[in-house]
Design a protein around this ligand. Structure first.
Ligand code: CTP
Length: 393
C-alpha cells in the first residue's frame, strides 16, 4: 500500500483536503495527516481522523506522538509528502528552510519527494516573494500543482484557487506510479525560444510546446522523474513534472545543464538557431529610411552538446528534426550530425503540424526507420514513451 503524508495548511481551501483524502483512501492509499494550527481553524482534526482512519498529527512537541512515531520517522514513512492547500507562508518556510512547527519540520526532514498545491489570494500568489519561493522550490525538484484561476473566496479574481482535488490526486498518482521508467530521470525541452532584438522585440517561431509537453507527461506516466525545460508557451505545466521556464536558447542550455545527470534527454524544443546581438536600448527609426541591420550570432546547440560523449551523457538522447522536404534524407543526416541516438523527424511543411494538435513522424534509430501514421500529439507522446520504456526494460 502506498502512503501519503498530507500536510494541510491554513486557508479557506482546507476543506478541499477532505475530498483529497477521500479520493486517496478510495484508491487504497494510506494517509497520515498533519494539520497546522491555522488549518485547524478551517477543518477539525476529528473530521480528518474520521476520513483517514488514523491519528492526526498536530504538534511538534507532542510526547505521545514522539513516543509512538518521532517526527523524523513520520517524515520518512510516506512515499510522497503532499502539502494541500499550501499557503504563501508554508511555501516561504520551505524555501527558507525554516522548521518552527511540525509541518515545516517534517518538510525539512523528509527524504521523500514533495508535491505542493498552493492556494492563496491572487495578490499573494503573484507577489514576487511568492514567485521567487516557487522558483526555488521547483529548482529543488518540488512538484507543483498550479492554482486555478477564477473568483476567489475573498471576492477577487485571478490565479490562486486551489486546484480541484481530482487534479491534485492525478498528480499524486503520476508521481508515485510504478512503471518501466521508475527510477529514471528524463530531461525534455519544449516550446520555442525567444531571442530579444531589443528590450521590446524578439525573434520567435511557431512552436506551441504541445508535443514536448505531452512527451514529458507521458514519460512521467511511466514512472520517470521528469524535468521539463520549457520556452515561452501558453500551456499549463504538466502535472507530476518539474517544469523550468526559460526564454532564450542560452537560458534553455543552462537549465538543461543544471538538470543533469539524466538517463534520458529529449530535445523537442524549436530552439532558435541564432540570437540577435541585441541593442541595450529600443531600436529607433533614424529618419534615413534605412532599416537597421540585425547582427546574428549562432546559439549553442543543446542537442549536440547533450549527445557529445562524456561522463554526463544521458543513456538515450532523442532529437527532433523539423523539415519541410526530403524528410528521411535530412533526418538521417541530422541524426549523424547531432550525435543523438534516436531522431524524431516531422514534416512541418504547411500541413498545420507546427502549432497544431497532430503530428506525423518518422522515427529513426540506429537500426530502423519507422513511419508512424498521423495521430494526435498525445498519442505520439505515449507511443514514444512506450518505446523508451521498452529500451530501458
Ligand atoms: N536543437 C537544439 N539546440 C539548438 C538547435 C536545435 O537543441 N540550438 C535541437 C532541437 O531541439 C531538435 C534538433 O536540435 O531536437 C533539431 O532541430 P532543427 O531546428 O530541426 O535542426 P537544426 O539543428 O536547427 O538544423 P537546420 O535548421 O539546419 O535544419
Amino acid at each position: 500500500m502506498k502512503r501519503l503524508l498530507l500536510i494541510v495548511t491554513g486557508g479557506i481551501a482546507a476543506y478541499k483536503a477532505l475530498e483529497l483524502i477521500r479520493l486517496a483512501s478510495k484508491a487504497g492509499f494510506g494517509v497520515s495527516a498533519v494539520l497546522t494550527r491555522a488549518a485547524q481553524h478551517f477543518i477539525t482534526p476529528l473530521s480528518v481522523q474520521a476520513l483517514t482512519g488514523e491519528k492526526v498529527h498536530l504538534d511538534l512537541f507532542s510526547l505521545t506522538d514522539e513516543s509512538e512515531m518521532g517526527h523524523i520517522e513520520l517524515s520518512r514513512a510516506a512515499d510522497l509528502v503532499v502539502v494541500a492547500p499550501a499557503t504563501a507562508d508554508i511555501l516561504a518556510k520551505m524555501a527558507a528552510g525554516l522548521a518552527d512547527d511540525l509541518a515545516s519540520t517534517l518538510l525539512l526532514a523528509t527524504d521523500k519527494r514533495v508535491l505542493v498545491a498552493p492556494a492563496m489570494n491572487v495578490r499573494m500568489w503573484e507577489h514576487p516573494a511568492t514567485q521567487a519561493n516557487m522558483a526555488t522550490l521547483k529548482q529543488r525538484g518540488v512538484l507543483v500543482v498550479a492554482p486555478d484561476e477564477g473568483p476567489m473566496a475573498c471576492g477577487e479574481f485571478g490565479p490562486g484557487r486551489l486546484a480541484e482535488p481530482p487534479v491534485i490526486f492525478a498528480a499524486i498518482e503520476a508521481a508515485l506510479r510504478d512503471g518501466p521508467l521508475k527510477g529514471r530521470h528524463a530531461i525534455v525541452t519544449s516550446g520555442p525560444t525567444h531571442e530579444p532584438i531589443d528590450p521590446v522585440r524578439y525573434l520567435a517561431n511557431r512552436s506551441s510546446g504541445k508535443q514536448g509537453h505531452a512527451i514529458a507527461q507521458a514519460l512521467a506516466a511511466l514512472g520517470a522523474r521528469v524535468t521539463l525545460v520549457s520556452g515561452p508557451v501558453t500551456l499549463p505545466d504538466p502535472p507530476g513534472v518539474t517544469t523550468r521556464h526559460v526564454e532564450t536558447a542560452r537560458e534553455m542550455r543552462d537549465a538543461v545543464q543544471a538538470a543533469l545527470p539524466a538517463d534520458i534527454a529529449i530535445c523537442a524544443a524549436a530552439v532558435a538557431d541564432w540570437r540577435v546581438d541585441s541593442a541595450g536600448q529600443k531600436l529607433k527609426k533614424d529618419g534615413s529610411g534605412q532599416p537597421p541591420a540585425l547582427q546574428l550570432s549562432e546559439n549553442p546547440d543543446i542537442l549536440a552538446a547533450l549527445s557529445a560523449p562524456g561522463p554526463t551523457r544521458p543513456h538515450l538522447v532523442v532529437g527532433f528534426a523539423a523539415e519541410t522536404e526530403k524528410l528521411a534524407e535530412h533526418a538521417t543526416a541530422k541524426r549523424a550530425r547531432k550525435g543523438c541516438d534516436w531522431l524524431v523527424a516531422n514534416n512541418v511543411g504547411g500541413t498545420g503540424i507546427m502549432g497544431g494538435d497532430e503530428n506525423e513522424i518518422l522515427l529513426i534509430t540506429p537500426t530502423s526507420a519507422e513511419n508512424w501514421a498521423r495521430m494526435n500529439k498525445s498519442a505520439v507522446a505515449a507511443r514514444l514513451a512506450e518505446r523508451i520504456g521498452a529500451f530501458f526494460a
